[in-house]
Write a protein that binds this ligand. Structure first.
Ligand code: CTP
Length: 398
């Protein structure tokens, strides 16, 4: 049994070349503190050995229905008891066909049939097998039976062909499964997030911007989606990929961001202002490219609207969360900002640690004091922050 609070999954491996990726997947789960019980089909053992997976998972691997290591000989029930999910990766066309029809002629298919937990499968097969009507019928049946289908992807295949049917990479499967395992703390809540820098044009080719990458705001959007929220992400210019399932609006300047936020603010429950909004913009943007001369050039800057302060001052303001990136006197400056903007929670971080980095360290300041989130990758911090926001939001509502 898993320690209380610790997630536990059964990783089923069926017989396809992509079985080699299962080794990396086990490593990723273990690294994230998730217990993994590996179960393999006979065919899978032809591609990768149980010994490798046992070493990575840190527990015995099971392949046989009649394994005497299970005291009551009920491996098909015992192994998934208490599991948070069964993940089959790779799931071959044959294995998918079996579970679509409720067949149970080996340990893994029997575990799938006898499960009490959700089932996720990552198909892996040659492109003709994937496109075959029988496979598509089976996949549709699994989706109808509320089995989650992860992938497949398109690309080079072991058979030398190119097309749909390649198993997702281990990291992608890990990301999808860990999203799936998140507690749904914000089900039904509408969350509005600003992220990234803004760009204040000087002329058609130049502008003022900052080093914000948008990584934290995008990670919070993903974490909020995983927590069951409906997310709108208003993003300044970044090089990040679209967040699937979020309503996205791309903006450039602080004024554009303000217009987009005003459109959504009144119908949101929680507003998280992560964007590094330029405090000033050029008073008069030149419509033509400014030409170089020998004399100095003065740009007059005027203040931008404070988006967060505007939202926080609405008569029925959503629960507002601000960010403070400071280069010195972190807590004093952040606390002053929280009071000035009249918001319940501010997230303080050192600008020199945060901007553009993949990791960060955060201090949360609210009415109950300070709370530190120690250095971790931004997606991990985003989940912890979303959990803290959900807790504060619920206690306010109560
Ligand atoms: N913010 C905003 N609109 C602005 C400026 C900032 O919504 N025009 C939000 C940011 O998204 C962040 C918080 O306000 O949540 C940051 O507060 P702010 O006082 O603007 O921080 P700095 O710009 O860092 O202020 P200063 O330069 O004075 O430190």
């Amino acid at each position: 049994m898993a320690e209380s609070g610790k997630k536990r999954i059964v990783l089923g491996i069926s017989g396809g070349v992509a079985a080699y990726k299962a080794a990396e997947l086990v490593r990723l789960f273990r690294k994230a503190g998730i217990d993994v019980q590996v179960v393999m089909t006979d065919a899978a053992c032809g591609f990768i050995t149980p010994t490798t997976l046992q070493a990575l998972a840190g527990r015995p691997v099971f392949t046989d229905m009649w394994d005497a290591r299970i005291a009551d000989n009920m491996a098909h029930i015992e192994l998934s008891r208490g599991a948070d999910a069964i993940v089959v990766a790779p799931a071959t066309a044959d294995f998918i066909a079996k579970i679509a029809h409720g067949l149970a002629d080996d340990l893994l298919s029997t575990l799938c049939l006898a499960r009490e937990c959700p089932l996720l499968v990552a198909p892996a097969m040659n492109r003709q097998m994937w496109e075959n009507k029988a496979t598509q019928r089976n996949i549709a049946q699994l989706a109808h039976d509320e089995v989650s289908i992860l992938g497949p992807a398109s690309g080079d295949q072991a058979c030398g062909e190119i097309g749909m049917g390649r198993m997702l990479e281990a990291q992608q499967i890990f990301d999808e499964v860990s999203s799936f395992l998140q507690p749904r703390l914000l089900t039904g809540k509408r969350i509005l997030i600003t992220a990234g820098p803004t760009f204040e044009a000087i002329d058609p080719v130049r502008g003022i911007t900052n080093r914000s990458s948008g990584k934290m705001g995008y990670a919070i959007a993903r974490a909020a989606l995983d927590a069951g929220a409906q997310v709108t992400l208003i993003s300044g210019p970044t090089s990040l990929a679209h967040v699937p399932s979020a309503g996205m609006e791309h903006v450039e300047s602080a004024n554009d961001m303000f217009v987009a936020v005003k459109k959504h603010a009144k119908s949101t429950d929680i507003f998280i202002a992560v964007a590094a909004v330029a405090d000033y913009r050029v008073e008069k943007t030149s419509t033509q490219k400014i030409k170089k001369t020998d004399s100095s050039l003065t740009l007059r800057l005027v203040p931008n609207p404070d988006i967060l302060a505007w939202v926080a001052a609405l008569p029925k303001a959503p629960f507002c969360v601000g960010f403070a990136a400071e280069s010195q006197n972190l807590l004093e400056n952040a606390d002053a900002k929280r009071r000035r903007k009249k918001i319940p929670l501010i997230v303080a971080n050192l600008a020199q640690n945060a901007i553009g980095a993949d990791d960060n360290e955060l201090t949360l300041l609210d009415d109950s004091g300070t709370h530190t989130l120690t250095r971790a990758p931004k997606p991990v911090l985003a989940r912890q922050l979303v959990a803290h926001i959900a807790k504060l939001y619920k206690s306010r509502k109560a």
